[in-house]
Design a protein around this ligand. Sequence first.
Ligand code: ADP
Length: 813
Amino acid sequence: MGSSKPKSRSIPLLPLRGLLVYPSMVLHLDVGREKSVKALEQCMIDDHMILLCSQSEVNIEEPTQEDIYRVGTIAKIRQMLKLPNGTIRVLVEGVMRAKIEQYLPNEHFYEVLAHELQEGPTNDAELDALMRAVLSQFEHYINLSKKVTPETLAAVTDIDEPGRLADVITSHLSLKIKDKQEILETVKVRPRLMKLLDFLNNEREVLELERKINQRVKKQMEKTQKEYYLREQMKAIQKELGEKEGRAGEVEELRAQLEEAELPEKIYTKVVKEIDRLEKMPAASAEGAVIRTYVEWLLTLPWSKQTEDHLDLAEAERIMEEEHSGLDKPKERVLEYLAVQQLVKKLKGPILCLVGPPGVGKTSLARSIAKSLGREFVRISLGGVRDEAEIRGHRRTYVGAMPGRILQGMKNAGTINPVILLDEIDKMANDFRGDPSSALLEVLDPEQNSTFSDHYIELPYDLSHVMFVTTANVMHNIPRPLLDRMELLHIPGYTELEKYQIAERHLLPKQIRNHGLTADQLQIDDDALLKLIREYTRESGVRNLEQQLASICRKAAKAIVANPDATLFHVDVEKLKELLGPSKYRYGMAEAEDQIGTVTGLAWTEVGGDTLVIEVTIMPGSGKLTLTGQLGDVMKESAQAAFSYTRSRALQLGIDPLFHEKNDIHIHIPEGAIPKDGPSAGITMATALISALTDRKIAREVAMTGEITLRGRVLPIGGLKEKSLAAHRAGITTILIPKDNERDLRDVPESVKENVTFIPVAHMDEVLQVAFRDALDVRASRLGASEESLEAEESVLATVNAERDDLPPLGTH
Ligand code: ADP
């Protein structure tokens, strides 16, 4: 092993407080404790050697043997200096590790028997690697810690003795005394380096953590400082620009508005509270914006402003006459309605609901009501509304929340008593995300609507002064509970003559005005106008007609501007074609000639009545029945019934009773709107089928509507008035209607009745007699017998009908 045997020697002991000396270290110590001074004096007498051992606890003044670590460093005293305060400063140089073997008896100072500790061999490759690792860790440590200077690293790197390296590095670390002592006590070099490596790692981690925390704290501080700085800067800029300081100006403005707004007590206090809240919000905060919008809503909604009603019936009548042609019945009903309102003084009756196809003047009638009452008019469209929130608003916690359509309408009205038109109440969607119709029910209910609650506004709003009018295209889509509150007023659609009058008296003058023209600049010939109605539009109302007239006016305006010399823009039939292109619809008979297998039926759709051509083709085959076109299930039922009837009557009709096995039958209904009155094409299909099977021609001026039983009885249908208008439009002169619908004829306009013959039929046989060109003559002979045969059939039909009970009811309109 080592060169010399370890020696033991007696030596004075100097206990160190809060520091530790390694061999080869040179440093100053200040010594003040009496015992220590005595020890120093003794060693100066001897060989200047002293043992330096650390105390485990720093603050023990008089350490006992137990308080002193047993391993220390033997050091040589290089210098000694008495300081004026009585303490002694010594310069010591560590020489080697030593361990106390025993304390020797001495009453003046500690004297011990110490035993020198040898390090052992110090050169192998692993030690080199360890040294390098220690050095690199130490480098990291230095980078992280501010306490050690980079020069230290340079000095340390020069040490080539591993044990010394460990000692010197340790002395630079800010370790606890206990840890430093551990290094001192580890005499063997390799474990000493390993231990040091551990400490370094530990220290590094701690330092890294420390640094992260520091950075975070720093960043936070920087951010607050930055914000503060920016805000101050903004204030300065605003001041430079002469603006009121941020929020303060805004709040001041709102307060001024509040004082002008004449709000009811409750609303006033609410607004004051909200403005106070707003004031405390930092400028440009999201919540501040929400409060601001809310306050603005409260300030702009009408809470008390009201127009005075003029309930003057004569005046109302005059306005309605002036603005509308025709519509005698609806006008009268409106006047009655207003009269009742006048009597009861409060508009709390049922809600008026105007039902009819588009463009028949529902909106403009409602507008006239508002005008004659001297009230504001607002239209709220309900088409496609499927969410309760659209009626009642979203809570303010939603981003971009707004009041519902009702209160938006009130804001537009600006008074608490407008006439509000709820348009297309039948078009509210039925997929219920929260039920819009129930919200609407609250709106329309006079018992509840004085405290209508909107999710956004959150304060009860009084709708009881509003006069609501609603519109719908069809009655049967109006939610039932709403329907119960309404008084229906049907507007069926216009005859050609009425359209002509409306165009001449209202639509054309209106469009001429709208386009900046005068009446003597544009002239449309009578026959051109009629052609426009007949061949360029096909509708129950006059919406398209109005659009076509607008289009003519645009062209007239353009021509007049382009050529100032031409004073008059004259539209005749020829010019019409030039302006609008070839006619879009064929006016006159649905078919130009009598046809086989093709029959004109009549349908009642959402947009009014319409003609519906049914075609049947027979081909040799194996008995397939094919249906194409827009056939709902309802239509299929009708087709089956028509087919069965034809089979049961084959012999009488002169048809091969096995026709259904030898032929394929194809029934086609060309594209068109879907009828809404349930099955009504039964007799039409049967007629077309029989015509195709018997090769007999159908009289082209005939149209028909009616459902059929298996036995050929004709069942009633809905929408006769609308259907007859459509037939008339299409140039039909004879309409077959179910006998049970005869009483509905009184609703059909006179002008239609003058031009169209209505033939009530009870049985399919009668249909055929009128429909077939060749049977028209034979008809008379059959009529007498038909009554009896019908009686007999009646009882059979009761049974047959029972089987059809699951079909939708007929003729309930
Ligand atoms: P709706 O509300 O039924 O869909 P509108 O009230 O919008 O129909 O009417 C469409 C256009 O036709 C409007 O310009 C309206 O003034 C006009 N109109 C409809 N019916 C008449 C009528 N009987 N007399 C005068 N103008 C009418």
